[in-house]
Design a protein around this ligand. Sequence first.
Ligand code: ZN
Length: 184
Amino acid sequence: MPVRALRTIGDPLLRSRAADVERAFLHTPGFVELVTDLVDTMRAEGGIGIAAPQIGESLRMAVIEIDASSSRYPDMQAFSRTLFVNPIVTVIDETEQGYWEGCLSVPGLRGYVARPRAVRVDYVDASGGARSLEAEGFLATVLQHELDHLDGVLFVDRVRDTTRLATVENYAKFWARQEGTPEI
Ligand code: ZN
């Protein structure tokens, strides 16, 4: 269960569309190992979500885990560890909401990103079962951020007002109030 090296911005693999996970891959030792590596790496890096391309596997898989004890911001709800395989996002409320996002693959930067406030995600679980989740608020942003990784999109691509793209230090100095988020 190794913690894997993170791929970072500039690495072409992070900019590729990840491949669908074949059903036959589920239940294999390689799949179980990959899920373990995703979780271990996310936790070791202090993230609340991670997508497979971030650890060098160009597959449509991501994990999200928001620990209530680390909920530093009022809008963050706890979310128990969930694996999303072959997820499809559907916007259910286009009203935009914005958060300052960070990313384990974009070290040292924060940016203000507006996204739809509610989405549904249809996905496959680790056993191959079809699942669906509706989310709003912060969780909806985290889901969209993670699932963007599967299409080669990084949060910096979605910062419309680049005056609101900042180093972590300048984010803390000039921008942080109630708007902050930990690194996604
Ligand atoms: Zn990210």
